[in-house]
Design a protein around this ligand. Sequence first.
Ligand SMILES: [Zn+2]
Ligand SMILES: [Zn+2]
Length: 141
Amino acid sequence: MTKIVGGCLCGAVRYRAEANTKPAMTGVCHCRDCQKQTGSSFSILIAVPKGTIHFEGEPLASFETKSGDGRSVLRRFCPKCGSPIASVVEATPRLDWIKAGTLDDTSWLQPQVNMWCETAQPWINICEDIPRFPRNPPMKP
Ligand SMILES: [Zn+2]
Ligand SMILES: [Zn+2]
């Protein structure tokens, strides 16, 4: 049974991954855009194979940002409550990204990388047991 089930703060947007979907990657992103969008210190993200997440309810709103190399990041959020739900990242066309704080059950999350550590807030103690990258980690496109 998949644990990749979640939704926004107000409940208007719900999502569910297809059965047996496993995250290709779980990462913590300390970039300034994630800080701005979440109003917090970082995003926690899971990457899943493209098309394996199904959304229900309110259609997601989107805002496009550019990553450091100029490629598109489409940040998708609930139009009613503003919860950031997902990102479509041009640099990783085979993956969809879910903002993992919106999962119904976050207890199983285990980040494998910290990225954009160069803009991490100074009070954050970044775990030294997992790889850290100053910007994006190398990813298979
Ligand atoms: Zn909502
Ligand atoms: Zn980020």
